[in-house]
Design a protein around this ligand. Sequence first.
Ligand code: GUN
Ligand code: FE
Length: 451
Amino acid sequence: MRTVYFGTIVHSLALADLQVLPSAAVGVDEDGTIEFLDPNTRSAEASAEKHSWPVGSYSVVSSDPASVSFFFPGFFDTHIHASQYPNVGLFGKTTLLDWLNSYTFPLESSFADLKVADNVYSRVIARTLGNGTTTAAYYATVHTAGTNLLADLALKAGQRAFIGRCCMDANSPDYYCDKTLEDAQKATLEVIEHITKIDPNHDIVCPILTPRFAASCSKELLCWLGKLSTNTNLPVQTHISENMLEVELVKSMHTFADSYAGVYDKCGLLHDQTILAHAVHLTDDERALIAKRGSGIAHCPASNSALTSGETRVKWLLDAGVKVGLGTDVSGGFTPSILHTARQALLVSRHLSMEGDESHKLSIEEVLHLATVGGAEVCGLSNKLGNFLPGKKWDAQLITLDCKNSPVDIFPWELKTHEDLVAKWLFNGDDRNVTKVWVDGKLVAGTAFTS
Ligand code: GUN
Ligand code: FE
């Protein structure tokens, strides 16, 4: 049945343009597509009538007029390692390369056991959906069966997901790697085949080619994946310039290119369906190359702080026309929440500006844009997701600030504008405020869903 969502609507139209509509209606058809957005209306029924929706042909979902609540687009997590969820918060004083060896590879290798995979993947999907993440770009592990299971579970839960089987045929521990180039190729194709069988049009779950990073792949594997991406139109995700030791390692391993971005480019992996995580230490030339190729950056501020990787210059990237979204990078990052990640992005931008250049600062509107529209752009989905414009899909969350046990204390006489409420939510909110979550027009999570 068609649905009219009525109440306060908050969504991003452009980088610094967060639209707050206190009495709006969104009409969503049976297949989850937004038919109309009425920015100012007295009731759901008035809007329905205006758009010639007969009485009885639709249901109504209202944000509670007696509470402080609003509809907001679902979040995009453009970079998350589903398999690393048990390790959130565990990183000690390590930096990237010793963290991979001491914490990450031992955990990921345990996913040969499907019971481990089932347990962890079920929980990470439930947790991220409950935090309002309606689309996630997941890394699984090297294991084919476990990766296929992640796709099954995301589809069953109704979360949009890019599912990547990690390719790593070089410079990786013997106990956790692709033993040969052929093994990596075969396993990659098997995962694509499985996902295409369970979701033929890749509407909800989509395979994503995943060379783990240039430091763990042979040139042959990188170039084979580049060709495969060209031939199949499948997206690509990988890491880039996260840590200085890693940058040096890549330079010494892949002498055929003159930069980290150049390695991916020479192998056909840099295009407009490519998600590059981190991008902390890029040069001006690499930024220009990435902008030219139309690749997107997954900005992972919590991870970059935790692993002491550095501070990504988001404004510097945006100024060059590079697409940017947010990534939790669980478990380099300690939080599965994109709201928390947006908060971290705002703080990291202030750390950068403490070095003397105010232009690095990101506003509340800007980080919420990165969390939604920016993420949709990075995932190549901005024509169908990211905000509530007609023609897009209803992937949404209902946020209630004064819910039971809310972490946000509201003093109504102090709040002058709806923008103030959004600020309170960004800085103090969490998954307790996520009352309902929809993907493709279907209710899939939220406190009101599970209780
Ligand atoms: N580089 C290669 N693998 C990883 C990983 O699992 N996490 C992060 N943050 N960086 C990586
Ligand atoms: Fe990562």
